[in-house]
Design a protein around this ligand. Structure first.
Ligand code: NAD
Length: 165
């Protein structure tokens, strides 16, 4: 099953109508659950992928080149407008609780939205997509299990993927 958070990001990108092939994609954050699978999924779709992390020197030098910028570092305010290319698609995966209780992402949403062609809010962006893709994966799993009980040649069978979830 595709990992839920990157899977949801992929669907968000698809809904913009953007073909990621050949695009400069910069992923900030290289965790096993978000950054690494995200980078691999987009590489699979023939994007030119740069994967940044806490040891990356001069982060802005990379982010400014991104046609698509995906941020999953867990650092509020990490991405400011000067680090973003005009017209970029910006996907904010980060979820951070500030001392006053407010939930924010890793991107300065108010500033960066002036430069981005598309941008996801936090809360209400990638988080609900993760939940949605978890439900889709669960449904596919149940369908596959049902099919396995009904047929011997289940190895050749592919469960239908829900579109537009
Ligand atoms: P993690 O702590 O496992 O990994 C963080 C990554 O960011 C690491 O690779 C680290 O090197 C990198 N990083 C940290 N500081 C950096 C910096 N200053 N510059 C560049 N890279 C830096 O975190 P995770 O589990 O991948 O989660 C990341 C964020 O995404 C968190 O805020 C988490 O809550 C959020 N998250 C959201 C969803 C969702 O559904 N929206 C799902 C998973 C995680």
């Amino acid at each position: 099953f595709p990992p839920c958070t990157p899977y949801g990001v992929q669907l968000l990108l698809d809904t913009t109508g953007t073909d990621v092939a050949g695009q400069n994609v910069v992923v900030v954050g290289a965790s096993n659950i978000v950054g690494k699978p995200m980078a691999l999924m987009l590489l699979q779709r023939e994007a030119t992928v740069t994967l940044c992390h806490a040891k990356t020197r001069d982060l802005a030098q990379h982010t400014i080149l991104a046609d698509i910028l995906i941020v999953a570092a867990g650092k509020p305010g990490l991405i400011v407008p000067q680090m973003v290319k005009q017209g970029a698609i910006v996907i904010d995966v980060g979820i951070n609780r500030l001392p006053d209780g407010k939930i924010v992402g890793d991107v300065d949403f108010e500033g960066v939205k002036e430069k981005a062609s598309w941008i996801t809010p936090v809360p209400g962006g990638v988080g609900p997509m993760t939940v949605t893709m978890l439900i889709e994966n669960t449904l596919r799993s149940a369908e596959r299990a049902l099919r396995m009980r009904q047929t011997d040649d289940y190895q050749d069978w592919e469960a239908p993927v829900l579109k537009g979830a």
